[in-house]
Design a protein around this ligand. Sequence first.
Ligand SMILES: Nc1nc(=O)c2c([nH]1)NC[C@@H]1CN(c3ccc(C(=O)N[C@@H](CCC(=O)O)C(=O)O)cc3)C=[N+]21
Length: 281
Amino acid sequence: MTKRLLGSTVTNEIILKCRKECEELKSKGIKPQLAVLRVGENKSDISYETSIIKLMAKADISVKSVVLKEDISQEDFDNNLKVLNDNDKIHGILVFRPLPKQLDEDKIKYLINPNKDIDCFSPINLAKVFISDNSGFYPCTPLGVMEILDHYDIELEGKEVVLIGRSLVVGKPLSMMLLDRNATVTICHSKTKNLKEVCKKADVLIAAVGRGNMVNKDYIKPGAVVIDVGINFVDGKMCGDVDFESAYETAGRITPVPGGVGSVTTSCLMVNLIKACKMVK
Ligand SMILES: Nc1nc(=O)c2c([nH]1)NC[C@@H]1CN(c3ccc(C(=O)N[C@@H](CCC(=O)O)C(=O)O)cc3)C=[N+]21
């Protein structure tokens, strides 16, 4: 049994499957294409974008990269998004988030075409996650976490799963997906009392807070599965929300950063893109 839950093993399996599906689509005259929309030069956005371009190349999927100025106006942003919405050659759109302050994310999320929303930005797709409706798109990071848990045969039914973080991108949708698997789910956040004690009850501990190296061995029940969703940069170096050095001994199994959830997140974007292609009539 591997203690280190590597993303690459999971990713390789996903790529193989997607590549086959891509070929089938192409034989039907559909050429999968993804558009990514980035505002400014945020480090973690660029890191994701680089991973996306590298990965899509492996399945011969083209990526249209649209980069807008950090201070772009709402109107100009909306127009750029509309162009992608209306372009029949684009099957999926990813808008990097969070967006700069002058842009109204709550407006934009209603603007993206739900059938191209492979990142689950639209409230329509998010709502589908909450009503267990599989016809939309699951957000890539939660989907990546589920892919890892499934690939390594980690049992969820009846297990205590503790999530740290309640974001709409990870914590909230992931808790619903875990609930669908009959896990007992606890969601923690900045106002949670006795956080360490709550986390220590977990059979599966999932950290998605966005604070580098916050979770150490004091939060972990010996033998627990630890999933680190964090992508942080501390002193220019990428690290997760979990202090890997401290956690490694105590955890039963643990995902590294880089090389864990992040790498699978990217391949889930490919899974969703193919799903979007299949929606095209
Ligand atoms: N709408 C939206 N959805 C996102 O999912 C989203 C986003 N915006 N904005 C930025 C963050 C960041 N993020 C990453 C995902 C994978 C890697 C990744 O593949 N990391 C590799 C390492 C890559 C490297 O070494 O540079 C790894 O963890 O192994 C990085 C960063 C997704 N995000």
